[in-house]
Design a protein around this ligand. Structure first.
Ligand code: SAM
Length: 250
């Protein structure tokens, strides 16, 4: 997969693209990320990429000409299917969106700065606007890195053991189960015995049930799409939490 990023601060991408799984994915050629500075597509002496907003008001707005020129310079621009503006007004980034983006052969990510980007960029250049949450950052670079890292995890070969992706939060809609490692007991806190007994069917069941328990507590909105097996486990959880008296009643 190829990702082109447009940013006036390309240096912000250096370290995150060099280390850990992302660094390896790039080294192995699974992912190519190219960061272009829209200033390279200006023609004035000061390499101006921003200007005062029409109508007045605070701050500056990113101009459209350098961004259009930068995207149009991409050699395979005719086949680009997704040109994405990072924006707090965009569609929320969810695992479903991440998987959809990971299925594309290439992406273009445009990082705004200042008060934002001239509206004509989202109107006529971009196919999508994506938000990483209901808060405002100073630029689209960290959101772009979030998109890149989340998408890269879905590319075959990036995560060695696909099972670890499948048990991650949101992969199949709910939150992930709790995890433990050695020592078995730490300051009177014991790791659940079932995880240490080696019964894989029991471990799978425990993990699913605990994942459902946590989702029910923290994100009940995610439980809507649960199947029959999950609903049976949820019923068990409800009964456990209701206590023995209610269990008898039902
Ligand atoms: N005035 C804009 C607004 O209210 O929507 C916010 C501009 S923000 C200071 C500058 C840039 O940071 C945006 O153009 C966008 O690229 C990026 N940005 C800030 N928050 C973001 C978020 N939650 N998700 C994605 N991008 C964000």
């Amino acid at each position: 997969m190829r990702i082109d990023v447009l940013s006036i601060f390309p240096e912000l991408f250096e370290a995150p693209l060099q280390v850990s799984l992302l660094g390896k994915a790039i080294e192995q050629g699974i992912l190519t990320v190219s960061v272009t500075d829209p200033r390279e597509f200006t023609s004035d002496r000061h390499r101006t990429v921003d200007d005062a907003p029409f109508g007045g008001g605070a701050g500056m707005v990113m101009k459209c000409e350098p961004l259009f020129a930068a995207v149009e310079s991409l050699s395979d621009r005719n086949s680009l299917r997704r040109v994405i503006l990072l924006s707090p007004r965009g569609q929320p980034l969810t695992q479903r969106v991440v998987r959809e983006l990971a299925a594309e052969p290439d992406l273009v990510l445009i990082c705004g700065r200042y008060e934002g980007v001239d509206e004509r960029v989202s109107q006529a250049l971009c196919t999508d606007e994506i938000s990483v949450g209901d808060y405002v950052l100073s630029g689209g670079e960290l959101p772009a890195l979030i998109v890149i890292e989340a998408v890269s995890r879905m590319l075959p070969g990036v995560i060695g053991d696909w099972e670890s992706v499948e048990t991650d939060s949101f992969y199949d809609g709910i939150l992930g189960p709790p995890q433990y490692t050695r020592p078995p007991v730490f300051r009177d806190l014991a790791a659940p015995q079932v995880l240490r007994d080696g019964n894989h069917a029991a471990i799978r069941r425990w993990r699913r049930k605990e994942a459902l328990r946590i989702t029910r507590e923290r994100r009940p909105d995610l439980l809507g799409a649960c199947g029959e097996d999950d609903r049976a486990l949820l019923k068990e959880i409800e009964q456990e939490e209701a206590g023995p008296e209610k269990e008898v009643e039902s």
